[in-house]
Ligand binder design. Structure first.
Ligand code: 5AD
Ligand code: SF4
Length: 481
């Protein structure tokens, strides 16, 4: 297995191999020369700080980037006073971009005191040409910029950067390549994200993701199953299958397979206890999948089903390819098959042309579905998407007023909905010591709700039965015997 390769056994007098991932291990070995030299000169290892913005896909990518850095010999730290600071960025809404620019200003002041510091940026935001232009013009102190398609080349890019004072920029428009078997450092030893596909083909008219993540590419089922088996051997009991649109998994493979079929194969893996997945597109959610979920022992009782808007008129302009009625029918089908399922969603307020009437349709769906929780977003104009040039952009004050009304409704409903299990005893995967109160542990129910209860650290990573004593709205307080 590549992961177990000892970098010291790689002969750097040879030319770097052309095939992946061997090539990246060669460059990891080269970077390791740097960390060794640093240690000799400074009596400590160089430190690296990785910061992640955005979604679960980015979180998983960061685990891979950190895995590579640890293999090279960096000491990981949260502190941005480090020899290497890497931001894995998001660009789904403009405020994510603004946050990065703001923090770059702060990094610049740190770098002035530590000229050897390297600043690297990667992720979705870097796939936008206007961002790279701005960096080249106004942020010359950034050392390395790469994108989403060549993230597997991180070691090679870092090796070039360590040898050079120039700003290195390497952004690819597309790729059909999927490189696996690079190191990864899991944040939790007992659970892991697993990419099953990359990219998105849907082109919802407000969304920048298809432009920055490219077209849909599914990994082969054998590779996914192999990765999960190894994770399970390594102590993982819960996996989250990741993709922008998991319901269309496998359609473009040489031997097509459905997402439901993949789930059935994953279910067979012995030792694996829980399966989650993210994100489902309502237009592709099949009866077959509902049936598989219903009969499964391991698939968690949770479905994240982005609504975006409750207005069929807006949904059409958003290019979502379902109507309000179809969405509600789907919810009913899910609830009939799996009565205790928890439903969560994403909603956008203030899409161009949204009228009060459209907005009320959204509120109506929220009322009818009774979500366990909902992520609500103010529409953000993303240059290059069809919606950015639509007329009738909604005035800011109107959007804000609607957003507040929606948030209030969502909170009121989710408080009631998520308390429905009060008094029951349910299996919980213990995730961590409570961040606020170290006498408590925090665990996750199958339906994704959290419960805090008194307990000791040795339970972390185990699935245990916890009594849900009291609902606090978005979480429970519980007890464990
Ligand atoms: N503005 C606001 N929210 C957006 N999302 C995607 N694009 C935009 C945008 N331009 C939201 C959608 C999606 C979630 C990940 O982000 O609700 O489901
Ligand atoms: Fe964006 Fe739509 Fe693809 Fe989700 S399905 S990533 S919202 S284009």
């Amino acid at each position: 297995m590549y992961n177990e390769i000892n970098l010291d056994n790689i002969d750097l007098r040879q030319e770097p191999p052309l095939e992946e991932p061997a090539r990246q291990y060669y460059f990891m070995a080269e970077c390791r020369q740097y960390t060794k030299r640093f240690f000799e000169e400074n009596g400590r290892l160089p430190s690296a700080s990785v910061h992640t913005f955005g979604c679960q896909m980015n979180a998983r990518d960061s685990e891979k980037l950190i895995g590579i850095l640890e293999k090279i010999g960096y000491e990981m730290t949260e502190d941005e006073h480090a020899e290497l600071v890497l931001y894995n960025t998001c660009t789904v809404r403009d405020n994510a971009n603004q946050k990065v620019y703001g923090r770059l200003g702060f990094l610049n002041t740190i770098k002035k005191k530590n000229p050897h510091m390297k600043i690297a940026l990667c992720g979705c935001m870097m796939q936008e040409p206007s961002v790279v232009e701005k960096l080249q013009k106004s942020y010359r102190f950034v050392d390395l910029v790469f994108g989403t398609h060549n993230i597997y080349k991180f070691a090679e890019l870092l090796a070039s950067s360590l040898e050079s004072d120039r700003m290195i920029i390497d952004i690819w428009k597309e790729t059909d390549k999927i490189v696996e078997e690079l190191p990864a450092d899991r944040k939790f030893f007992f659970k892991s994200g697993v990419n099953i596909m990359y990219g998105c083909n849907n082109f919802c008219s407000y969304c920048i993701v298809p432009y920055v993540r490219g077209r849909e590419r599914s990994r082969k089922p054998e590779d996914i199953l192999q990765e999960i088996r190894r994770l399970v051997q390594d102590g993982v009991v819960e996996v989250m299958l990741l993709g922008q649109n998991v319901n269309s998994y496998g359609k473009n493979l040489e031997h097509p397979i459905s997402f439901a079929e993949l789930l059935q194969e994953v279910e067979k893996i012995e030792g694996l206890e829980r399966i989650r997945f993210m994100t489902s597109h309502p237009k592709d959610l099949s009866d077959e999948l509902i049936e598989v979920m219903k009969n499964s022992e391991k698939i968690c009782r949770h479905m994240h089903l982005p609504l975006q808007s409750g207005s069929s008129r807006l949904l059409k302009i958003m290019n979502r390819r379902y109507t309000k009625e179809q969405y509600l029918a789907l919810v009913e089908k899910l609830r009939n098959a799996i009565p205790d399922i928890s439903l969560t969603t994403d909603i956008i307020v203030g899409f161009p042309g949204e009228t009060e009437e459209d907005f009320r349709e959204t509120l109506d769906v929220v009322r009818k579905v009774r979500y366990d929780s909902a992520f609500t977003f103010i529409y953000s104009k993303r240059t290059g998407t069809p919606a950015a040039v639509m007329e009738n952009q909604v005035p800011e004050d109107v959007v804000k007023e609607r957003f507040d009304r929606l948030l209030q409704k969502v909170q009121e409903i989710s408080k009631r909905t998520s308390s429905r299990f009060e008094g029951q005893t349910m299996p919980v995967l213990v995730e961590q010591v409570n961040e606020q109160d170290s006498r408590l542990l925090t665990g996750r129910l199958s339906n994704n709700l959290l419960v805090h209860f008194p307990g000791t650290e040795n339970l972390i990573g185990k699935i245990i039965d916890v009594k849900l004593e009291e609902s606090k709205g978005f979480y429970y307080m519980g007890s464990y015997k």
